[in-house]
Design a protein around this ligand. Sequence first.
Ligand SMILES: Nc1ncnc2c1ncn2[C@@H]1O[C@H](COP(=O)(O)OP(=O)(O)OP(=O)(O)O)[C@@H](O)[C@H]1O
Ligand SMILES: [Mg+2]
Length: 310
Amino acid sequence: MASIIEISGLTKRYASGFEALKGVDLTIEEGEIFALLGPNGAGKTTMISIICGIARATGGSVKVAGHDIVGDYRGARDAIGLVPQELSTDQFERVIDTVTFSRGLFGKPRNPAHIEKVLRDLSLWDKRNAKILELSGGMKRRVMIAKALSHEPRVLFLDEPTAGVDVELRRDMWKLIGELRETGVTIILTTHYIEEAEEMADRVGVINRGELMLVEDKAALMKKLGKKTLTVVLAERLAAVPAELAEWDVTLKGDGQEIEYIFDTQAERTGVSSLLRRLGDLGIGYKDLNTAQSSLEDIFVELVHQEKVA
Ligand SMILES: Nc1ncnc2c1ncn2[C@@H]1O[C@H](COP(=O)(O)OP(=O)(O)OP(=O)(O)O)[C@@H](O)[C@H]1O
Ligand SMILES: [Mg+2]
């Protein structure tokens, strides 16, 4: 696959002195769906704003479809469609006008057939003569996507496409994004939701505090996320982990009252039942058991911890 976006050593320091990006390197392949995951304030919108020419980088370089975003801004911007995190459009304008106008902003010749196709693809054709203020929230979001696609970009950025959107609409959005990819558009989306990345992305990047902590194929990331923690609440405190439990990687928590065991849900044998059996054999009683799925947050903690150790 050919790369369509090349980001190298990208840094951003805001006027306040805050370092929002600390040297990001990333290559996006043409035709893929890339999900950028990260907590609030991680730097996702900052990164997108720089690539789209809305904010200026402090250092590093970005090329979009071979065009440098500074040296050849026009060439780079023409290749990009952006659906920003904050939706804003003239409430009194008609759907078809605002989408047609967006195309004009890129200096592209009128192409009613393309506008019609975009509106039909987004199930907005019936609403083409409605004013924006007459639309539901989900329809407004689709209008923003239609505007971003109006000039036939090769890359589409969706900054939190499903934030504050109900479950059903989120599923519709996922379906729609999948269909857009079928048309050959490269899609980069940001999200807080791991299930969103799981559902759609080919690759996932995790950004935290301005640093890209990992970039992986979805399958590999899901494997990491497939870990669960079993907590065994003991009937009586233990002073130390008994030697007989050495074959399980357990730790003593809660002042010796709990045993914690982290296991891989996708492994053939999780080791849970054998651990419980061994506890029984040893006469170690327990009052309660609970399991928790490791979250994106756990991955962050793990990554940050690894960094400190390294
Ligand atoms: N114009 C600005 N001036 C100063 N600091 C800014 C500015 N814009 C963003 N920041 C800071 O940069 C950091 C990254 O912000 P950014 O909007 O990129 O995060 P994000 O990952 O998109 O978060 P969210 O998930 O909340 O949208 C934050 O600490 C934010 O306060
Ligand atoms: Mg953001």
